[in-house]
Design a binder for this molecule. Structure first.
Ligand code: BGC
Ligand code: MG
Length: 543
């Protein structure tokens, strides 16, 4: 167990994020202190010792700013205040102080692509005339067709349906439409308007002044749209594949709405702001880009520090696919000198034990993939509840809240956002006070998966994560950045991923039968070895 350090004793390691394990907290679903069924900031603060004991370095908290909660906080109406649902500004300060006292860094979410439609800027824009400075902060355009009844272009919202909504006036529909790449309650800002950049610089400074260690930049590949706002070129087949969909699947070949060159000027500006606050503040981009090369552009030396690498998460259960991701990732970030990142689960995707087939086998695979990830150079992002082995929940339609569910009729992302089970034999499992009702029901079967039930059981997923993170600190942090993939045909066969990093050898068995492990002392495994053999769906580190 790590010793608590005071804020002043925190190492002033400028590049702490280069090898950090960052734990993502989805604020609604982590811990509910006041019993309203929704997680909140004091709840997070009270559970920080769990994260310290788990052995992570930092916590990333999803948006807790003022918001109508149409996309659970990714629709911000005031970037400089805490939503009353989650607490007050003082609670954010208390959380930061407590985290720092426990030796944990804090990364907050920044949502620059769009605001909420309840943001004062958008309310003013709707009240103002077409062509006014108020409307110029967003992307308003005249509709197509004789009566302007068609959207200005053919873009689709990531959450399904057209990316444009027609403005209603006192006498009915007007000629003007506004752009929203996500829900209609999330109007896109016009980053070509300098007021927008100035506003976000103020927001960055507001939170840096309060002591945050970094930012996770939402939809970092958005912000700028091709100035022409031309139609997207798409084949019928691509469209078919694109919708309705999970967000990750919407990367089509022609993207006038994403990843425009102008966006990089924004990150150069932000990098300068972060630098003013000292070298240990950081930013990580959520950028769903087309290629590893385009991802690497976000982490050039004068831009952001990291970008999520979704290729690990998107890879199928295949040693060959994992090997390609490792090689491709390291090759992409090396030329710009950035540290790679890895992630298997977050609040937007199906939890990884379920992606790998669910049940015992899905969990075994998930643990094996996690252990392999933790051996790689760079930082790893974990999502709350994965340390308990939680699976995706099939949320009943009446409890679904994801805007994409309302726009497409597809189940959406609520199933990975079910409140965390901490203790006890029945809901709310310590998520909130006894008798409170979590905003999405927790499965009764989670009684066996609470942190309390797993604590001290060496076979549990929780104890496995603790062990893996402790062993990572001991053996991986000084193992260097070089990774050598071992030839799969050199004894193991192509269903086995084997790699060497410094003194460590890591073997992941994606095949159907047990395999012999190379020489060395096993320091951690994702499941029991059998008579010295590595069973299927298992990974081991050897020294
Ligand atoms: C966030 C989502 C959110 C979307 C719109 C994403 O990339 O991770 O949860 O719905 O941005 O802000
Ligand atoms: Mg609450």
């Amino acid at each position: 167990m790590s010793t608590p350090v005071t804020p002043d004793a925190r190492p002033a390691d400028a590049a702490w994020w280069r090898q950090a394990v960052v734990y993502q907290v989805y604020v609604r679903s982590f811990a509910d202190s006041d019993g309203d069924g929704v997680g909140d900031l004091p709840g997070i603060t009270s559970r920080l010792p769990h994260l310290r004991d788990l052995g992570v370095d930092a916590v990333w908290i999803t948006p807790f700013y003022r918001s109508p909660q149409r996309d659970h906080g990714y629709d911000v109406s005031d970037y400089r205040d805490v939503d009353p649902l989650f607490g007050r500004l003082e609670d954010a300060d208390a959380l930061l102080a407590r985290a720092h006292a426990l030796g944990l860094r804090v990364i907050v979410d920044l949502v620059p692509n769009h605001t909420s439609d309840a943001h004062p800027w958008f309310v003013e824009a709707l009240a103002a005339a077409p062509g006014s400075p108020e409307r110029a902060r967003y992307v308003f355009r005249t509709g197509r067709g004789a009566d302007a009844s068609e959207p200005p272009n053919n873009w689709e919202s990531v959450f399904g349906g057209p990316a444009w909504t027609r403005v209603e006036g006192p006498d009915g529909p007007t000629d003007q439409w506004y752009l929203h790449l996500f829900d209609s309650t999330q109007p896109d800002l016009d980053w070509r308007n300098p007021e927008v950049g100035d506003m976000f610089e103020d927001v960055l400074r507001f939170w840096l002044d309060r002591g945050v260690d970094g930012f996770r930049v939402d939809v970092a590949h958005g912000l700028f749209k091709e100035e022409s706002l031309r139609d997207q070129e798409r084949s019928a087949e691509e469209l078919e594949q694109a919708g309705p969909h999970e967000m990750v699947e919407l990367t089509l070949a022609d993207e006038p709405m994403w990843d425009q060159p102008e966006v990089h000027e924004v990150y150069r500006r932000w990098a300068k702001v972060l630098d003013e606050y000292g070298e240990d503040r950081m930013a990580v981009a959520e950028a769903w880009t087309q290629t590893p090369e385009s991802m690497a552009r976000f982490v050039r030396p004068d831009e952001l520090d990291q970008a999520f690498n979704f290729s690990w998460l998107l890879a199928p259960w295949s040693a060959k696919a994992f090997a390609e991701v490792v090689t491709g990732t390291l090759e992409a970030v090396a030329p710009v000198g950035a540290a790679p990142t890895w992630v298997l689960s977050n609040h937007d995707v199906v939890r990884h034990p379920t992606r790998y087939g669910g049940g015992e086998r899905g969990l075994a695979r998930a643990r094996a993939a996690t252990l392999t990830m933790l051996a790689l150079p760079g930082s790893s992002y974990l999502y709350q509840g994965e340390e308990l082995g939680l699976e995706q929940v099939d949320v009943a339609p009446e409890h679904r809240q994801d805007p994409s569910w309302f726009r497409t009729g597809e189940p959406g992302r609520d199933g990975c956002r079910v409140p965390v089970p901490w203790s006890g034999a029945e809901p709310p499992f310590g998520f909130g006070p006894d008798g409170s009702t979590p905003w999405i029901p927790q499965p009764a079967g989670w009684a066996a998966l609470t942190a309390q039930a797993q604590q001290g059981d060496p076979a549990s997923t929780l104890e496995f994560y603790r062990r893996a993170l402790a062993v990572r600190r001991e053996h991986a942090l000084d193992a260097g950045d070089e990774v050598a993939l071992l030839d799969p045909l050199d004894g193991w066969g192509e269903d086995v991923l084997a790699l060497r990093r410094g003194p460590l050898t890591v073997v992941l068995n994606c095949g159907d039968g047990p395999v012999a492990v190379p020489a060395g002392e096993p320091v951690v495994a994702s499941g029991p070895l059998e008579a010295g053999l590595l069973p299927p769906d298992t990974a081991v580190w050897l020294r």
